[in-house]
Structures are given as structure tokens and as C-alpha cells.
Ligand binder design. Sequence first.
Ligand code: ISE
Length: 343
Amino acid sequence: RNIAVGVIGTGEMGTRHAHNLHRLVPGASVAGTYDVDRDRAARVAAECGGATPFGDPHELIRDPSVDAVLIASTDSTHAAFVQACLDAGKPVMCEKPLAQTAGDALRLVQAEQALGRRLIAVGLMRRFDPQHLAVRRVVKAGGIGKGLMFKGTHRNARVPTHLPGQVLITNSAVHDIDSARWLLGEEITEVFVRGMRTRPHFSRETVDMMLLQFRLTNGGLCTIEVTAAAGYGYEVSAEVVGEAGTVITAQPADAVIRLRGQIAAHVDQIWLDRFRQAYVDELVGWTESVRAGTPFGGASAWDGYISQVVTDACIEALNTGLPVAVPTPGMPDLYRQDTLREG
Ligand code: ISE
């Protein structure tokens, strides 16, 4: 059965998802698009086999030609669109973050529980990245012994002149928070965050470089660097330090050049390139789960909610300068199926 997807938000990310659904995901198609910029929505619809451009996102969600919905609009609009999909009883893939606060994310988890069906998938695509999956496999197999520490780096090339610290946390660090939980299989119990503005011409509220430190349920530790203005390129790494050894994501460059006393390799400039394959695999996994009526193998609404609980605590830690305890609510039965995709 073909899965016809309605795409809400056709900026850079939504356009990529639409193109992937149309060109690279077997058994999927784009049924319709919506964007605040109508021309952009119409252009993407035309590029995706003559899909219908909608003037109203709620009409798109309710339209009988739409089997499932993908949300890639502005972060602050996510939660309301996800709720509308639940109201319509339609599966939804929501780009991260699921909501802006833990309270809003919890309402979605509760609504999903009331339905008794897992309709929400969250686009934390690193769970589908081949390098991250390879690290996860090594940790799971127990080869490096008990996982003790997660070390992450997350660098963005583009230099923003206005980037409030809380946006760096909810929009960027949310990925590293998810990686730490997913790779170690532990919850975060305490956070400590320090940030800085790296250039004097950035706006006063900008915090474009951050160090986040966490404690985990098993007593383990995490240390994460998030940089928004790295300049040289886009790079993410995830390392697990175990009792007996360590494992880190390989850098995915195609070739390493040795020349004139230097070793050189290509560095991607943006996440759409670095995670090209992960975005495709994520949608393959999602549309397969929609077709089969089985839970998505990536991040669930529960994962989206817990990452929001942690980002709330990180924002408080950044603003107060103090360590902040993070609640670890018990996972409801609905989310108990094994959501770990072993690749
Ligand atoms: C962006 O929204 C993403 O999701 C990227 O994966 C992340 O690396 C970047 O920092 C975010 O701004």
C-alpha cells in the first residue's frame, strides 16, 4: 500500500523530506504541501509529482487523500499541528523539537495514551545515521564493557548574529541529549550548563558556544560541546567511553588526501549533507511502520517529551549558573515496546 504524505512546512528541511518521499522512499508519495509562503509550497508540490498545495494546514491534515503527515514548520508550531494529527487519527512524523516546553510535550504524550496507539514519530534522525548506529551496536554488544560516559561535539558552520541560548538548547543540543540517552540507554538526572557569546558583534542575548554536562541514572557522565559559529564546517561526533574501551563515530569523508606534508579530508557544511542518508532511512522506517501499523523504530513521543524535560532543565541551568536536577518519570506501557533500531 502506498503511503501518501502531507508535508507541513516546505523550508529547507521540509523540502528535503518531500523530495526524499517522492524520489527515494519506496511505496511513499507526497499528497499535499502547506507553507506560510504559498509559492514555495506550490513549487515543492509541483516538484513532487503534482501534489496538491493547500492554503490551510488543518485542511491538509483532515484531507482524505492524506494518509500521514510530516511536520517541518517553525519549531513553535509543532505541538499544535501534532495535536491536530492526533485529533484526525493520522500518523505524524514531527521534526524535532516535539514542542517548546516539557508541559506541551506531555500533553501530546497523554493524548496519544488516551488514543492507545502510537501515532507520533519524532525526527531525531541521528538514530538512523550509519555511524551512530555502528556506535550503538558496539555498545549494545557489550564489547567496551559498561558504558560510563558520553562525549559529544556538535558544530554548525553558519554564523548567526542572533541566537538566544535557549534556542541553541531546544533546536541544536536536543540532538545530543537524545544521542546520550539512546547510546547509553540511561536517563539524565542532573544538568550543568555554561555558555558564551563568541563574537562582540553578535546580539547581547546570543549564546553560540555551550558546554553541557550531565549525570545519568547509572552514575555515568556526559560532556557535550555545542557550537553554532564554528566557521569551518558542520561536524557531529558521538563517543562512548566504556570500562574496557571506547567507541566513536567515524568521520564520514569519502577520501583522505595526503599531500605536501598535510592530511586532508572533506568536511560537510550543513546537516542536510552530513545526515543525507539518515534522513532517507528515517522516512523509509517511518513509512514502513505506518504501512504495517507497528511502532516507529526511531524516537517516540516519549523520547520527544523526555528530551524536552532535559532541555527545560538545561535552560534553567544556563540562566541560573547552577546544577539542576532532572525528573525521570516512569515510561508508560504504550512506549515499552523495544524502540531501538539495531540496523
Ligand atoms: C538544526 O535545526 C538541526 O536539526 C541540525 O541537525 C542541527 O545540527 C542544527 O544545529 C540545528 O539548528
